[in-house]
Design a protein around this ligand. Structure first.
Ligand SMILES: [Zn+2]
Length: 485
């Protein structure tokens, strides 16, 4: 069977009525166009966003980034169906994936309701093209940043790196700030009268934007609130690239390029040409994940170095190529001894300031607590120059507890909220130790993706249906389908 016929056969299974509660969309590329299919219609489009055909209902018609905001509105529209959901920048976000020849034949987008805990999923989930799973918070603050408060706009993940690079004084290359950037400088927030001496970025993995903003404004996250009060907050959030998974979007935030260009396509994917399964996002592989980043793109750490800009640090961040200090250098240096991230971590029950009730309840909460506690120690040491280093020109700190906590209970749960409160305390400890940058520092807070609450009653496995229909495939990361592998 030819590739196109194999695709059609798999689509028949995935788009059947039996799968409609768990399969939101199926994306694929053939004959130079990208296709998005739902059970009752499909749309074909180009990488430039030109729609070439629609059959039935266009499943990507609704793309309003201002929908489901603020939090009250989001919670009145939980788990939208494809007919009522929104997919901001959907044509560009979907099409970019297929720029990489290692993209799957079919990318299955789960419905927001689909709960696949039997296959490693969680109560809170992300990865989809939809608004709530794609919407990260974005706050920019401090020296060189306009104090516009909360603005009624959204940004995109591809625009984070060019903006940080400009604040850090990176010299443009042929009109582009970073070598392979696809985003834009968020010039609306830049105050060109001031150039910061230092730039500090915080990534709160898996934080839901509306929940973060609402808790900060209610006084529940005082350090986030202080950043918001002294800068600009994108009220509609920061829209992740597809798939809205962790390392794909960490890499996008730190390069300004989409996954289809920077090469970290997913947490798991497959290279048909070499027969190699690529695993990036796992405690056993994080320290090598940067080897998958294309040499055609430039990380922020490399761009600062190219500009002669000074010392850089990547704390708890796997996307650390070019950083002067990198947490994962410590793991890489100890590789021969079998060391991984886990072997360096303290016992979470001894970590001060952690919500111990959830450390006891959920192993992932404890693990992330330990990792973030270590990150706080390292960030403070690096800022103080305790490794014999100068104060960083650019420092990036990845805090992973929000993702673990939101996965465990969903973004509206007590455990999810506790994860944000613990993380606010940790970020505050770092900011206090650096005296909030001493008056010459710009700050940015972003997540890598959003988080949406699944429905524990909505079960099912589309892979079982493909297998039962005799389709030959391998599935990476539960959604990247490679046919006739
Ligand atoms: Zn993540």
């Amino acid at each position: 069977m030819g590739r196109s016929a194999s695709i059609d056969r798999a689509l028949d299974v995935l788009l059947s009525d039996e799968q409609a509660s768990i399969v939101d969309l199926v994306l694929c590329a053939r004959d130079g166009v990208v296709e998005a299919h739902a059970h009752d219609g499909s749309v074909s489009f180009t990488r430039r966003g030109e729609v070439t055909s629609v059959k039935g209902r266009n499943p990507l018609e609704r793309q309003d980034p201002s929908a489901f905001s603020p939090l009250d509105d989001e919670m009145q529209h939980v788990r939208p169906t494809n007919e009522t959901n929104h997919y901001p920048y959907a044509y560009d976000n979907a099409a970019q994936l297929f720029d990489d020849p290692r993209a799957p034949d079919l990318a299955v987008v789960h419905t927001p309701a689909h709960n696949w805990e039997e296959r490693g999923g969680h109560r809170g989930e992300h990865g989809s093209l939809d608004l709530i799973q794609s919407r990260a918070p974005l706050i920019v603050s401090g020296t060189g940043v306009k104090k516009l408060g909360r603005i009624d706009r959204e940004a995109r993940m591809i625009s984070v790196a060019p903006t940080l690079a400009t604040l850090a004084g990176v010299q443009p290359l042929d009109g582009s700030i970073l070598r392979a950037q696809e985003g834009r400088l968020l010039e609306e927030i830049i105050d060109a009268r001031e150039q910061p001496d230092h730039v500090v970025g915080f990534l709160w993995d898996g934080a839901n934007a509306n929940v973060l903003y609402t808790m900060a404004e209610a006084g529940d996250l005082p350090n986030v609130a202080r950043l918001m009060n002294e800068g600009t907050t994108y009220g509609r959030g920061c829209i992740a690239s597809f798939p809205s998974v962790t390392l794909a979007n960490h890499t996008t935030a730190l390069t300004g390029a989409h996954p289809g260009r920077h090469g970290v396509l997913h947490n798991f994917f497959f290279d048909r040409a070499t027969g190699r399964q690529i695993v990036t996002n796992s405690p056993d592989t994080w320290h090598d994940a940067r080897d998958e980043i294309s040499r055609d793109v430039e990380t922020l750490f490399e761009a600062v170095a190219r500009s002669g800009g000074g010392f850089t640090a990547a704390v708890n961040e796997p996307v650390d190529r070019g950083a002067g200090y990198a947490t994962f250098d410590l793991v890489r240096a100890a590789r021969g001894s079998g060391a991984t991230m886990s072997s360096a971590l303290p016992d979470p029950t001894t970590v001060a300031g952690a919500t111990q009730a959830f450390v006891d309840l959920k192993r992932e909460y404890g693990w992330a607590t330990s990792a973030d506690h270590l990150a706080v120690m390292q960030a403070k040491q690096v800022w103080a120059g305790q490794n014999g280093n100068p104060t960083p020109r650019f420092m990036w700190i990845n805090l992973i507890l929000p993702d673990a906590a939101n996965h465990a209970g969903g973004p509206y749960s007590d455990i999810g909220h506790a994860g944000l409160r613990d993380t606010d305390r940790r970020m505050g400890e770092i900011l206090d130790a650096m005296d909030w940058g001493g008056g010459g520092t710009a700050f940015l807070l972003v997540a890598d993706h959003g988080m949406e609450e699944s429905d524990p009653e909505c079960k099912g496995d589309f892979d079982d249906a493909l297998t039962a229909a005799g389709v030959s495939f391998r599935d990476e990361g539960y959604g990247f389908i490679y046919l006739d592998p």
